[in-house]
Write a protein that binds this ligand. Sequence first.
Ligand code: GLC
Length: 515
Amino acid sequence: MPLPKWLNDAIFYQVYPQSFCDSDGDGIGDINGIISKLDYISETGFNALWINPCFVSPFKDAGYDVQDYFKVAPRYGTNDDLVRLFEEAHRRGMHVLLDLVPGHTSDKCRWFRQSALPERNRFSDRYIWTNNAWHRPEGYNWVVGNADRDGAYMLNFFLNQPALNYGFNKITEPDWQIHYKDKRVKHTFDAMVRIIRFWLDKGADGFRVDMADSLVKNDPNKTATALLWSKVRKMLDKHYPQAVLVSEWCNAPVAINKAGFHCDFLLNHENKLTDFAFYKKDEQGQSRAYFCKTAFVSAQNMLARYLYELGETQGNGYICAVSGNHDVVRLSEYLDESERRLAFVFLLTLPGTPFVYYGDEIGMRYLPQKSKEGGFHRTGSRTPMQWDKDLKNLGFSSAPTDKLYLDVDRSDDAPCAAQQARDKNSLLNFVRTIAQLRHSRPDLQADGEFKTVECGDNGVLCYRRGKNTYVIFNPNEKEQLTDVQIGKVIFAHGSYTQNYLGTWLSPQSAIIFEK
Ligand code: GLC
């Protein structure tokens, strides 16, 4: 099946709902708040959203512990509000992905409470239980003593997130492990499909899928997990051909080619593209990231694995490079603003579908602090969006400071959207320019070809996108020489001079040109 057309020109914006915009003054972001900022998002050039889980939950893992998949958490609003968000987004030509957590629920979920009963019932096999409370085989995490059922239950993540039972691929203990093709666990799969259809029927455009590779246990090559997802994809192709699934898998050849995801996230895992590009450090703690101006590294390692995955998945789906997300320390902690400008040119001129984490477009900081809702070190990347310096709580909320979900950045120079919108040299306007450029040039969009033209030891990287659009970088703080001849300039950050030796690129420059 061809990929939904809208994806080709999609630039996603990730919204962390609790920290984005509070419309009713209770100190926590909500859906009406997101609706009120759709124009900002769209004007910046983002035409698609991913919203972190917004369903009823005890919030022990910020909503990744779902209690009721069919109901919006009251703190965010109602199902009707979410439907209105879909409508308002669609009216602006935007698309909205929800967050699907298929691998586990909250231990407060009704399914789990039923499953924990000693009497057999239709939820007994919905979670993974051993056949006696003292049996907790190695290799997985178990909880015992929290229910009267004589068994230990498997966790998928935190203590309060029991693993849903999609069965095992290789059975080693037949007394309690169920094969993934057994109809007893098909109910779990069917329930997940019901959730997907419920929200697609209400107008959602798809899902970002949490820990998508975690469904079937004892499935080392993920063949059984991939098979389950490929069935979901078949269902979508038949009934919802415009819907999109984006996996948190970070293995595009498996996630896209085998499991049938339309897109797979490129996370900051070791030796992945964004690790080399933004985060890499040496043993002394010095940055070795490609975009660090003093690192002087070639782009060769950064591209090696990426180009392989790109080739493998060509035509089947897209790899999503991200500026960050709610699980990692913000980009601004690794790269300064001049470095981040180049990083944004890179992110927004790569093939596939880029994702920008809310606040990265204005350079929000990582603010380490006490853990909130299972955030731990991640909490510092989840603070409220900074809208306007002149407004109370920077425009996030009208609530008293002590009622805020998390406090806003109180530093004098906290970056804010309204002030940056008025400053033509701001990071926000820089990001907006590149995003608009991508929308205006099909060459730069998701399925335009990517071909390396130059990848020098001096750090210069030049690639061609699509038919005749070229992007060249000199990330270093020193001028660099290249053989590449610059054609008709479309966008220049920094400058270049050409002489008989070649082209001299000014320090920290990025030029987009046509030939
Ligand atoms: C994913 C989410 C993360 C969550 C975890 C468990 O990695 O991105 O925030 O804690 O899954 O659901």
